[in-house]
Write a new protein. Structure first.
Length: 524
C-alpha cells in the first residue's frame, strides 16, 4: 500500500480534476460522506449528538459535509468553526454555505468564545476533528491549541479527518498539542504521519476511504513509500511444494560471536532456522564453539581460528571457503570490534560471491571506513539500529530518530545496499529510494537479542529465493508479528528466543488472514 507525502496527495487531487474531469468539490463531498459513515459506525442509538471542530481549510470543509450528511440522517449536529466566514475559501466556502442552508448550526469561535468550547464538547456523543489536515506544520498555537486540548480533555471519542490535528502529515512528529483520536478516516491512501511514530499512536484505528481517486493514480510509482501489509507478505513468500526438501530453501552461513557474546550467534541461527532456512551453518571463534554447539542442535557449528576470544584475522580464509558453500551469509552479531573481526568482515565484504546480511559489530567494525560498504560486488542488506546507523553516517542517534525516513534513504543510496533501520516502525530502504514501513512489533520487544533473530530471518528469506529488498521487509514484518503473537501470551519478560519460536506461527497467521492490519479498508 503506497503512502504519499502531503504534497503528493495534493498532486493526486489536482490530477483527478485535470486528467479525469472530476471537480475537487466532488472529492470533498465523498470525503465528508465517508466521515459520516464512520461516525455512524462509531456511535449508534437514537439521535446521537456530534460536535464538529472545524478549521478554515479543506479539512474543515470535509467536516462541514459530514455535519450536513449526519444532520440529514437525524443526528443532532453542531459545528464549531475556528474562523470567520470570510476566512473560509474555495471548496470549504461552498460547503460552509451548504451546511448553513441545510440548517446545521455553525458557531464561529474566537478567543472570546472559547470558554463555551469545553461544555459543548463534553455534551457530545462524538467529536469530529476537522481542524487541520495533512498540510499542518509546526506546533498548534492559540485558539487551535486550546481547541485540541479541549477535545482531548472532553472524555468523548474523537473521529479525526485525514490525520489527527497537531500531527505533522509527513513525519508523524508532534511538536505541541495533538488530538488523540479513537479513529481516523483518511482519504484515498494512508498518509506518512499516520504510519510513522508518534503520529500512528495518535490516530487510533485508521480507515482508508475511497473517495473517487482512480486506481492508476493511487498506484503511482512516484509515491515511493509503502506500508507493508499482510497481503504483500503472503504474496511474497511462495508456498512450499509437497515434495520439498531442505536443499530448496537455502544454505545460510552465520558468522558471529565472541567470548562474552555467545548468545548472539545462537539467536541469529535460531532466526534463520525458524525463518525457514533449509540448512544453517554457524561459524564461531573456537573458544566459544563448545557453548554454541550445545545450544543449537539443528544448526551445524564450525570452529574458526580465534585470538583474544574473537575471530582472528587468519580466520578470513576459512570464512571465505565456507561462504563458497552457502547461498547467503549473515555476519556480525556479537563479533566484537577487535582487529581480527574487522579484518574478517572487510575481506568478506570485498571478496564474497554470496549475498551478505550485515548487522551489529559487522557494521561497527567498519564505522571508520563506512564507504567500503558500497564496494561489495554482491547484494548487501544492512540491519542497523539507530546508534549503529548514526556511526555509519557520522551523526548521532537523536538525529537519526528525528528523521528516520530520510536517514534510511540516505544510507541505502550511499552504501548501495538495502537498509533495515530497526526500531518502532522499522523502515526498509532500497538504493533506488523506495522505503517500506513495517507496522508490526511492540514495546515488549525492546530487549537484547531481538536484532540477532531478525538478522537470521532476513538471511533465511534471501536463501529461499526472495530478492534482498523483499526478504528484508518480509522478515521484518514477520519478526514484528512474531513479537506481537508472543507478547499476547507473555505481556512481560519477552525474550528474543520467544520471538524466534513464534516466527512459524506468524507466517501461519499471514497465510490464514488472521492479522489485524495497522491500516484498514472501509468498514461500512
Amino acid at each position: 500500500m503506497r503512502v504519499p507525502t502531503s504534497q503528493q496527495m495534493v498532486v493526486l487531487d489536482r490530477r483527478v480534476a485535470e486528467e479525469y474531469g472530476l471537480p475537487t468539490l466532488l472529492l470533498r463531498e465523498a470525503a465528508g460522506r465517508r466521515v459520516a459513515d464512520a461516525a455512524c459506525r462509531l456511535v449508534r442509538g437514537a439521535t446521537p449528538h456530534a460536535v464538529v471542530v472545524a478549521g478554515k481549510g479543506n479539512n474543515g470543509g470535509d467536516g462541514l459535509v459530514a455535519a450536513r450528511v449526519l444532520a440529514a440522517l437525524g443526528w443532532d449536529v453542531r459545528v464549531l468553526l475556528l474562523a470567520r466566514d470570510v476566512e473560509v475559501a474555495g471548496d470549504a466556502a461552498v460547503n460552509l454555505q451548504a451546511a448553513r442552508h441545510a440548517g446545521v448550526e455553525v458557531t464561529n469561535l474566537d478567543s472570546t468564545g472559547v470558554r463555551g468550547l469545553r461544555p459543548a464538547l463534553a455534551a457530545a456523543d462524538l467529536i469530529i476533528d476537522a481542524l487541520f489536515g495533512t498540510g499542518f506544520r509546526g506546533p498548534a498555537v492559540g485558539l487551535a491549541a486550546r481547541a485540541i486540548e479541549a477535545m482531548n480533555a472532553s472524555g468523548r471519542p474523537v473521529l479525526a479527518i485525514d490525520i489527527p490535528s497537531g500531527v505533522h502529515g509527513d513525519t508523524g512528529a508532534v511538536e505541541g498539542p495533538a488530538v488523540r483520536a479513537r479513529a481516523t478516516v483518511t482519504m484515498g491512501l494512508p498518509k506518512l504521519g499516520l504510519v510513522l511514530l508518534p503520529g500512528a499512536e495518535y490516530a487510533g484505528t485508521v480507515w482508508v476511504a475511497s473517495v473517487g481517486h482512480p486506481r492508476r493514480l493511487l498506484d503511482s510509482p512516484e509515491i515511493t513509500t509503502r506500508l507493508v501489509t499482510r497481503a504483500m507478505v503472503d504474496a511474497a513468500v511462495p508456498p512450499r511444494p509437497l515434495d520439498a526438501h531442505k536443499g530448496q530453501f537455502g544454505r545460510v552461513l552465520v558468522i558471529a560471536g565472541a567470548v562474552g557474546y555467545t548468545g548472539a550467534p545462537v539467536l541469529a541461527a535460531l532466526g534463520a532456522l525458524r525463518g525457514g532456512a533449509g540448512l544453517v551453518r554457524l561459524a564461531v571463534p573456537a573458544s566459544i564453539y563448545p557453548i554454541v554447539a550445545a545450544s543449537v542442535i539443528e544448526g551445524m557449528p564450525v570452529p574458526l581460528a580465534d585470538e583474544e576470544g574473537a575471530l582472528a584475522a587468519s580466520a578470513a580464509d576459512q570464512v571465505l571457503a565456507l561462504a563458497g558453500e552457502a547461498d547467503v551469509i549473515a555476519c556480525g552479531p556479537g563479533l566484537s570490534r577487535l582487529h581480527g573481526p574487522r579484518q574478517v568482515v572487510r575481506r568478506l565484504l570485498l571478496d564474497s560471491r554470496r549475498p551478505l546480511v550485515l548487522d551489529a559489530d559487522a557494521l561497527n567494525c567498519l564505522a571508520d571506513e563506512a564507504d567500503v560498504l558500497g564496494q561489495a560486488r554482491v547484494p548487501v542488506v544492512l540491519t542497523p539500529h539507530p546508534g549503529e546507523l548514526a556511526r555509519l553516517l557520522g551523526t548521532d542517534a537523536g538525529a537519526i530518530q528525528r528523521g528516520r525516513l530520510d536517514a534510511a534513504r540516505e544510507a541505502a543510496a550511499r552504501f548501495h545496499a538495502v537498509v533495515v533501520l530497526k526500531g518502532a516502525r522499522t523502515l526498509v530502504a532500497s538504493p533506488e529510494g523506495e522505503v517500506f514501513v513495517v507496522p508490526t512489533g511492540n514495546p515488549a520487544m525492546a530487549t537484547g537479542g531481538m536484532g540477532d533473530v531478525l538478522t537470521g530471518a532476513v538471511a533465511a528469506f534471501v536463501g529461499q529465493g526472495l530478492a534482498p529488498l523483499a526478504a528484508a521487509w518480509v522478515a521484518a514484518y514477520l519478526h514484528g508479528l512474531a513479537g506481537d503473537l508472543a507478547a499476547a501470551s507473555r505481556p512481560g519478560g519477552l525474550l528474543a528466543r520467544d520471538v524466534a519460536a513464534a516466527l512459524p506461527q506468524a507466517l501461519g497467521a499471514v497465510r490464514r488472514g488472521e492479522v489485524e492490519e495497522a491500516v484498514r479498508g472501509e468498514p461500512w
